[in-house]
Design a protein around this ligand. Structure first.
Ligand SMILES: Cc1cc2nc3c(=O)[nH]c(=O)nc-3n(C[C@H](O)[C@H](O)[C@H](O)COP(=O)(O)OP(=O)(O)OC[C@H]3O[C@@H](n4cnc5c(N)ncnc54)[C@H](O)[C@@H]3O)c2cc1C
Length: 460
């Protein structure tokens, strides 16, 4: 079969791939964009965008429930129908990517629907939905952006049951009566709170000792207190051993003999890079680590770049787009600084929002830094006290005491993800702690808590 010539083949058009492919096409390259499912990827159809629409609705309910004792009376009757409709009509266009495909082709890109596989140096073979095969050969190379899929643990009995992943949870037209959420990272925590606020009886099962185990333990403990108050049953340090489904309900057995039952089971135990069947070894890429190793310019091998979740540098849309810009510049032969991941911001959009940047205290200590930490509680601040109902939160700062700069920070609270902006600038810009202390913080803002946390910096 004759290969079709192109400048660059982009395999996978999630946020990273779509952005890079569009920019390269706009720069005048002949770009072949290959997508097996929907252009836009996980984020707009089953991830960031619809989940944040759910969260916005759930937060409205929570605010209305806070009215008594603060502003009068309110009767709250949750209705999932407008949420499902908004996801269907506004976020996903009924899971149709025509607008995104047209956006790419409008920039001069050449779109191919199908599963791409590397079959040789600078060569990708695509199996198209109609059973056809097309082979593409790229003059400049291949950009891999194939993202991640849910990682499903090998729990006895789980395979074969109708469990949910984020996809079914986002697509649901109905709130289940009861729900077990397995895993309490950002995805599990966000969706647990959404469904609980819409009336589901929710249990969260987490093997580690705190919720949000990748974050500061204080943040996980704070969230556990809020979840418990809202009626979510939290089981931390709990190992799931067996799952069964009798046609109507799930039964999840935990180590130690306890068992939970619910109408639905959401598996939210992390993500795995979808490298299977991608043929990366044919391009000289070692994928043994479960991610595609890249250098600072996103080069994975001669003529191969990789961006997004598959690089293992942070499974966030903003990381995939940051890397897309760097890869595009490199492909176009433009000079630029290498990727710098010291200040990757991450936000779990629960209420309170949990934002963090840079290193946690544990990571800083593991790296051998001379660590000092400071923590301030939002309810103790002027703004937190004024805010009253729903004021749970904290700000924690991690100082690299030897250099006198922040190595990391956490901001949890009603607008924790927004307060994080200031902390991200401090970590990214390596602003001296002495300068942060000398700044003026607006009264009575939530971000003024940063000043309190800095004041709390104590010798480790
Ligand atoms: C519920 C949920 C909520 C989230 N919320 C946030 C959030 O608030 N903020 C945030 O920053 N991140 C969030 N994320 C993470 C975010 O969605 C991902 O980090 C982001 O989508 C990764 O982008 P990507 O470009 O690496 O790949 P993906 O979005 O995973 O897209 C990869 C694309 O490649 C395609 N593909 C794979 N293999 C092939 C192949 N061989 N051939 C052709 N096509 C292929 C796939 O079909 C897919 O469309 C969330 C994720 C989930 C699940």
């Amino acid at each position: 079969m004759d290969a079709e010539e192109t400048d660059i083949i982009v395999v996978g058009m999630g946020p990273g791939g779509e952005d890079a492919a569009g920019r390269l096409a706009e720069a005048g390259l002949h770009v072949t964009g290959v997508e097996a499912n929907l252009v836009g990827g996980e984020c707009p159809y089953w991830g960031c965008v619809p989940s944040k629409m759910m969260i916005r609705a759930a937060n409205l309910l929570a605010e209305a429930r806070r009215i008594p004792g603060m502003a009068g009376t309110a009767t709250v009757e949750p209705d999932w129908a407008p949420v499902a409709a908004r996801i269907r009509d506004e976020a996903t266009d009924s899971w149709n990517d025509k607008v995104a495909v047209d956006r790419f082709t409008g920039k001069g890109g050449h779109f191919v629907r199908g599963w791409g596989r590397i079959t040789g140096p600078r060569e990708v073979t695509v199996g198209t939905p109609d059973g056809g095969i097309r082979v593409f050969r790229a003059r400049r190379g291949i950009l891999l952006a194939t993202g991640t899929e849910p990682s499903v643990p090998p729990i006895r009995g789980l395979a074969g049951t109708p469990y949910w992943t984020n996809r079914e949870a986002i697509e649901t037209e109905q709130v289940p009566g009861s729900l077990i959420v397995l895993g309490s990272g950002a995805v599990g925590a966000e969706l647990a709170q959404v469904f609980a606020r819409f009336g589901a009886q929710v249990s969260v099962v987490e093997a580690r000792s705190t919720l949000l185990p990748a974050e500061e333990p204080e943040a996980g403990e704070l969230l556990e207190a809020v979840f418990t108050r809202e009626g979510i049953a939290v089981h931390t340090g709990a190992r799931a051993e067996r799952v069964s489904h009798d046609g109507r309900a799930f039964r999840l057995s935990l180590a130690g003999g306890m068992a939970l039952t619910a109408e639905r089971l959401l598996v939210a135990t992390g993500r795995r890079a979808g490298l299977d069947g991608l043929g990366v070894a044919a391009a000289g890429v070692d994928s043994a680590a479960g991610a595609v190793p890249v250098d600072g310019w996103m080069r994975a091998a001669d003529g191969v770049w990789a961006i997004g979740d598959i690089t293992g540098k942070g499974a966030f849309t903003h990381v995939s787009m940051y890397q897309a810009a760097i890869a595009v510049a490199d492909i176009l032969g433009q000079d630029g600084p290498p990727a710098d991941y010291r200040a990757v911001p991450r936000v779990t959009f629960t209420d309170p929002e949990i934002g963090s940047v840079g290193l946690t205290e544990a990571q800083a200590r593991e790296q051998g830094l001379a660590v000092r930490t400071g923590i301030a509680r939002v309810p103790s601040s002027a703004r937190g006290w004024i805010h009253k109902a729903g004021n749970d939160g904290l700000i924690k700062v991690i100082e690299d005491a030897q250099r006198g700069v922040l190595a990391g920070a956490t901001s949890a609270g009603p607008v924790g993800g927004e307060v994080l902006g200031a902390l991200a600038v401090a970590v990214h810009g390596q602003v001296p702690v002495a300068d942060l202390r000398a700044m003026i913080y607006a009264y009575p803002s939530f971000h003024r808590g940063i000043e309190d946390a800095l004041r709390g910096l104590a010798t480790a």
